[in-house]
Design a protein around this ligand. Structure first.
Ligand code: C2E
Ligand code: CA
Ligand code: CA
Ligand code: CA
Length: 277
């Protein structure tokens, strides 16, 4: 029994060591990647389902490693947050997104609004708003071309502080969208105090509708909530016609998902924008 125990323990530590090494390697590669700027912004269109027109897009980061393989953001964003590398990386994402919008508008295209995901660590930096301001000036990007996305669970971590920062961002003219909505625990009275423009229904609820009655009910409730608070509502992760029909019938006309398009590099997105003219 003693022998077994030691063996188990040994396996356990080896496994832990391997994980720690893997994480360390990923962190150091991430550091290098930020220096080399080996990231790309992909864009996924958001559609007005009634008129089948592009109303905006979401910026989604992609990391191509040295072997040319994509490392999914779900794998490296958490490490970028733990190591605070998300701060410089997030600035790169913002600047690249702004520059891209300026280019597209200068070409006479109609990209609508660009939704950019923010990490709470970026938002919590004391100079975040002034950084945003000077970046807008530097890139000549108009604030109303942008919307920031913050997840519901992130804003609920430090709600009081977040309200103040979001108010300043909202005053700049940038839209504010609550990502993954429905998965957190915000109360109606609380929500009302945030300068929010859009609720983004989490894709886990879209999965399985219209058959999943529970998810269908949650979606209907979120749409009703948005109406009551006078907010826009958008659904993401829409993959099928049935899902789109359900959403449209229930009053959610803004749709993002594989049904229309997967996230794509800027040149592909630009082609799409040209076709839409
Ligand atoms: P998110 O913000 O909720 O982004 C939506 C994710 O759903 C994206 O995954 C997108 O590619 C995927 N998606 C879009 N339509 C569909 C669909 O119809 N079906 C399914 N199954 N998936 C769909 P992605 O690009 O892998 O990003 C994953 C997460 O990583 C994001 O979730 C976000 O939390 C984070 N992330 C991505 N880009 C950035 C970024 O630039 N900054 C920050 N801070 N986080 C980012
Ligand atoms: Ca998002
Ligand atoms: Ca989301
Ligand atoms: Ca969402």
């Amino acid at each position: 029994a003693k022998y077994d125990g030691r063996n188990t323990y040994k396996f356990y530590t080896e496994d832990m060591t391997e994980k720690a090494f893997e994480r360390l390697a990923l962190e150091s590669n991430l550091r290098q990647a930020i220096q080399d700027e080996s990231f790309m912004l992909y864009f996924q269109p958001q559609i007005d389902g009634e008129r089948d027109r592009i109303i905006g897009m979401e910026a989604l980061i992609r990391w191509k490693d040295k072997n040319g393989e994509f490392i999914p953001p779900d794998k490296f964003i958490p490490i970028a947050e733990e190591t605070r590398l998300i701060v410089p990386l997030g600035e790169w994402i913002l600047r690249t997104g702004m520059q891209q919008m300026v280019q597209w508008y200068a070409k006479g295209l109609n990209p609508g609004k660009l939704a950019i995901n923010l990490s709470m660590l970026q938002l919590q930096k004391h100079d975040f708003v002034s950084m945003l301001k000077s970046m807008l000036k530097e890139t000549k990007c108009q604030p109303n071309w942008l919307e920031i996305e913050v997840t519901e669970s992130q804003i609920m971590q430090k709600p009081e502080q977040t309200i103040l920062t979001l108010q300043m961002i909202s005053k700049l003219g940038i839209g504010i969208s609550v990502d993954d909505f429905g998965t957190g625990y915000s109360s109606l009275s609380y929500l009302n105090r945030f300068p929010i423009d859009t609720l983004k229904i989490d894709q886990s609820f879209i999965n399985g509708i219209p058959d999943n009655m529970e998810n269908a009910a949650i979606i209907q409730a979120v749409i009703a909530l948005a109406k009551t608070l006078n907010l826009d509502v958008i659904a993401e992760g829409v993959e099928t016609e049935e899902q789109k029909t359900f959403l449209m019938n229930n009053g959610c006309h803004s749709i993002q998902g594989y049904l229309y398009a997967r996230p794509m590099p800027s040149d592909k997105m630009e082609k799409l924008l040209k076709e839409a003219l």
